[in-house]
Design a protein around this ligand. Structure first.
Ligand SMILES: [Zn+2]
Length: 451
């Protein structure tokens, strides 16, 4: 009875909102037709002939050859004339941290409300660069995701991981040196852990609970630190983090909720242990060797490296300690071999940027395209940022509440871009989105239109 009443109330509310605010209605919406575009579908390195894409609500209803006839002036139909330009799926960034808006050590110096407001600004800028979806790989973005999903703010769809789960002295042990040595021994939980940037968990029971805590908050996938990091203070780059049993416990808890674990890891030992435990996505992976990469390929594991972060002209803020700078050097030197191996063995390479800490860093997101040209063709890079990343997001199973992403196909979500130039010939047309991205459609709604 109570259920019925609640259902009836919800329906009435939806209809009322639909009546007054058609953009967020659940009632039938007018069709949006995009005419005269050549389509890159996300998977095939070719463009379609002159075509029209019909969008109903938030998904693609049909794709058909352009007839050439003028659009009927049906008041229930809106249309955009692409003028023969290229239409592609909305871009996906598989490794962001929208809530790390200042350097990690400085996060403690600001009011959390200020940090989250800044995250909202970065979310809007991300969307206007053409990234209609992001996978957030550590940090408190559940509220931001909700506000964007509710239409209160402009931003990409967010697949949040919540806090990065780390062992004591692991990559997400954000404690300062003077903090209580071990929080369980009468210490307080450190500030960044309280805010949800990281979570320290040791042993099978704590790791299991830590994973379940993130799932409880709405994580669509789980992020663990499985090996040494560059920016972290207490872990050598060659340190292997988490035992087999701990990793398997995390994978079990995630898969019990229908989703998967991604790990931060650089070295072959850390990556191999994670793959053996059932981890599906390796973040960074720069120091991987040939046998381990072949194993990752054989098991369909995604590699999620970054190129622009290590480029000479990347605006990365200088690292503080000699040890951190030494670690950065090792990892940067590994990038070339890793990418060559990934190219040689056709690894599933995700497109992710991992740029954090300042507006000029976030603004470098589009530079990842050109930075990959050293190893991949424009068409390969474009697939990484669309269909391949879409397949990676699909590993979240039914924790993905949105639908099919990264492709232009009937039934897929209507996240679409119209761009000047041909990104299959030169991916760098996507590096100046302010001028070259002429139309951005997210969830069937026109976010930008400058045609
Ligand atoms: Zn990261």
């Amino acid at each position: 009875m109570m259920c019925l009443r609640r259902l009836a109330g919800t329906t009435f509310l939806s209809l009322a909102i639909g009546f007054f605010a058609p953009l967020h209605a659940e009632v039938a919406e007018p069709l949006l037709i995009i005419h005269h575009v050549r389509i890159f579908d996300g998977r095939h390195p070719t463009l379609s002939p002159d075509s029209a894409v019909v969008i109903s609500g938030n998904h693609i209803l049909s794709i058909k050859p352009e007839t050439g006839s003028a659009v009927a002036d049906d008041p229930a139909t809106r249309s955009i004339n692409g003028g023969g330009r290229v239409l592609l799926p909305g871009l996906i960034d598989a490794h962001v941290h929208l809530s790390i808006v200042v350097g990690v050590p400085q996060l403690r110096d600001y009011d959390p409300g200020y940090l989250f407001a800044r995250a909202g600004v970065e979310a809007r800028a991300t969307l206007l660069r053409g990234f209609t979806t992001v996978r957030d790989m550590a940090g408190p973005t559940f509220g931001l995701k909700q506000a964007i999903d509710e239409g209160l703010m402009e931003g990409p769809r967010i697949f949040p991981s919540g806090a990065m789960i780390s062992q004591t002295s692991g990559h997400a042990d954000f404690r300062q040196r003077i903090d209580t040595p071990q929080r369980r021994w009468s210490g307080r939980i450190e500030g960044l852990e309280r805010l949800g940037y990281g979570l320290i968990a040791d042993g099978v029971d704590e790791v299991t609970a830590g994973v379940r805590e993130q799932l409880r908050l709405g994580a669509t996938q789980i992020k663990l630190a499985a090996g040494g990091g560059v920016s972290s203070v207490y872990d050598p780059i060659d340190s292997v983090q988490y035992s087999d049993a701990e990793l398997r416990a995390a994978v079990q808890a995630a898969s019990d909720f229908g989703t998967y674990v991604a790990v931060h890891a650089y070295t072959p030992t850390a990556i191999r242990r994670a793959i053996d435990a059932g981890v599906r996505s390796i973040e960074h992976a720069q120091l991987i060797d040939e046998p381990t990469l072949k194993e990752a390929v054989a098991r369909g594991v995604y590699l999620s490296p970054q190129a622009f972060l290590f480029a000479a002209d990347s605006p990365v803020t200088p690292l503080q300690t000699v040890a951190q700078r030494a670690k950065a050097k090792v990892v940067a030197e590994g990038l070339d071999q890793m990418m060559q191996l990934a190219q040689k063995y056709h690894a599933k390479v995700a497109f992710g940027t991992d740029l954090v800490g300042a507006p000029q860093m976030f603004a470098g997101e589009s530079r990842e395209f050109g930075a990959r040209l050293r190893w991949f063709s424009s068409a390969e890079i474009l697939s990484q940022a669309t269909a391949i990343n879409g397949d990676l997001l699909a590993l979240s199973g039914s924790r993905n509440l949105y639908g099919r992403l990264g492709v232009v196909e009937v039934g897929a979500l209507a996240d679409l871009l119209i761009v000047d130039g041909n990104p299959l010939e030169d991916i760098r047309v996507l590096e100046t989105p302010e001028s070259t991205l002429r139309v951005i459609v997210k969830d069937g709604r026109v976010v930008k239109q400058s045609l």
